[in-house]
Design a protein around this ligand. Sequence first.
Ligand code: HEC
Length: 147
Amino acid sequence: MHYGHGGIECVFEMGMTMAERSLSRLLCAIAALCVVALAMEGAALADAPAQARGAVIYRQRCQVCHAGPEQSGPMGPGLNGVVGRKAGSTGYAYSAALKRSELTWSKANLDSFLSGPDKLVPGTRMVVAMPDAKQRGDLVEYLASLR
Ligand code: HEC
């Protein structure tokens, strides 16, 4: 007899008693749940390395001006919740250029901003560019995780 579940298939011997069968069925269901749980953990981890790499880049390249991600420093605005936020909208003393930009930050335009801030927003005082697309992608994943 075959009894399948979440990619796992259990085969029961015909000679099994009812009690043996229900025990096997229970073990089979538990094994199937383990497979599903591992798959879900894998999916969660798929994003985590990008964010973790992004966090390291942030500390190395951004934190000097943006203080911690939570609070604005004297040299740059805080970046918590930046994805979905209007550009130049915290209490920080922004350039007129950024305030006028009418951008709402998304992963896509952050990627473009970080590849060359002055190209997307001519006249911005944010001058640090990240030419490496892979590093930029990791950094944007990290920024998007800051709530
Ligand atoms: C040399 C200091 C400095 C560094 C280093 C720096 N920034 Fe900035 N950043 C600024 C300043 C100043 C502004 C405000 C720009 C303006 O007003 O035009 C800004 C603005 C921003 C904004 C727009 C925020 C808003 O509220 O609209 C983002 C996003 C940003 N920076 C991301 C980054 C990231 C990511 C890094 C690391 C790669 C980084 N910055 C490194 C100084 C810096």
